[in-house]
Ligand binder design. Structure first.
Ligand code: SAM
Ligand code: SF4
Length: 337
């Protein structure tokens, strides 16, 4: 067992302290979102997945080093058996500095899991909803919207704090900006639009498909007269109050928040990424599997992570301009968003 004391925080060469950790618990998903999943995904073999035991030890270690928020993601996290129990177990880290446990889901299985997620102490939940139009939703995800809407309703009913994520793609679902804002207002739910990022499985992304923050705001002004910006430190979403409702925009492409990025990521097979756009990760699976405070290899892990974090690049544009991104195999369904 690791002894939890307040150790030195993880910080990178540009002085950005790391406070948030995203853990992908599986790369598998029942959806096939065009902006995320490759046409022919090669799933990680089950025996290569990190066990929840190893993940928990890792979370403990990271909380010891200053992580305050953990988000569970995927693939589709609700497809991994044991994830609710894992959330309940993470509560043990709250006395040691963990402040928030969150999840991002496609919502398909949410009706079934909402109550147990609430009972396990999940603090907040992001649900992806890219369109309210049934056909368009199906075209984008290859699945039906009905269970997702039912799941969102159930999550609200049991008292989970829900936010909606919508990835906008030009000539595809940009017509959903106003309908989604009206829907969010009606359901008293926070909505965030996300600029399409070059992390789709088949690498078809191009700047021409990005609906920028400015374009979203222009669309909003056609209907709403009062739009006020709210300042939010260390949050990737720039938040606006649109006629009384909070709308966030994650504008990684047109207005990146890299200069204050405090996030780290771990894939389901134990690849540690210091950035969504990093060329490659650091595989720490074998070290995590024997993570124990009495094991000298814990020092090895600490050292490797310090280096990996320290050399985090300045930001998206710097990495993207010099990357050989067409060689990069990893996409959003593995990184977890
Ligand atoms: N399956 C869950 C879901 O869809 O919410 C969790 C994993 S998904 C990879 C996490 C988030 O990443 C989702 O909100 C999704 O919309 C977003 N995402 C996926 N691919 C993206 C891309 N190429 N650009 C921007 N956001 C993306
Ligand atoms: Fe699955 Fe989420 Fe990717 Fe859609 S965005 S394919 S739901 S992992």
């Amino acid at each position: 067992m690791i002894h939890l004391t307040k150790n030195t925080a993880f910080i990178d060469q540009y002085g950005r302290q790391k406070r948030k950790l995203r853990i992908s618990v599986t790369d598998r998903c029942n959806f096939k979102c065009s902006y995320c999943m490759p046409e022919h995904p090669e799933w990680i073999k089950k025996h290569k997945l990190l066990s929840f035991e190893a993940l928990y030890q890792f979370c403990k270690f990271m909380v010891e080093h200053g992580i305050e928020q953990i988000r569970i993601t995927g693939g589709e996290p609700l497809m991994r058996q044991g994830v609710v129990h894992f959330i309940a177990q993470l509560q043990n880290l709250k006395p040691f500095g963990l402040k928030r446990i969150s999840m991002t889901t496609n919502g398909h299985y949410l009706s079934q899991y909402a109550l147990s997620l609430k009972q396990a102490g999940l603090d907040d939940l992001n649900v992806s909803l890219d369109s309210l139009d049934e056909q368009q939703f199906k075209q984008l995800t290859q699945k039906s919207i009905k269970p997702v809407l039912a799941g969102i309703a159930e999550a609200q009913l049991v008292g989970l704090k829900v936010k909606i994520n919508c990835v906008l793609i030009k000539h595809c679902n940009e017509n959903q900006i106003l309908p989604l804002v009206h829907w969010a207002k009606h359901h008293h739910i926070e909505l965030r639009f996300i600029e399409f990022m070059p992390l789709d499985g088949d690498q078809r992304w191009s700047t021409t498909q990005v609906v920028t923050e400015q374009e979203i705001l222009s669309e909003l002004t056609t209907e709403f007269k009062k739009i006020d910006m709210v300042n939010q430190a260390h949050e990737p979403a720039r938040r606006y109050i649109v006629d009384g409702t909070v709308i966030g925009i994650i504008s990684t492409i047109s207005h990146s928040f890299c200069h204050q990025c405090d996030r780290l990521r771990l894939t389901a097979q134990g690849d540690f990424y210091n950035c969504l756009f990093a060329e490659k990760g650091l595989n720490i699976k074998s070290l995590l599997e024997k993570l124990d405070e009495h094991n000298p290899e814990i020092l090895d892990l600490e050292k490797q992570l310090y280096y990996a974090i320290w050399f985090k690049e300045k930001g998206f544009s710097e990495i993207y301009s010099k990357s050989k991104s067409n060689l990069r195999k990893i996409s959003m369904h593995m990184l977890g968003g």
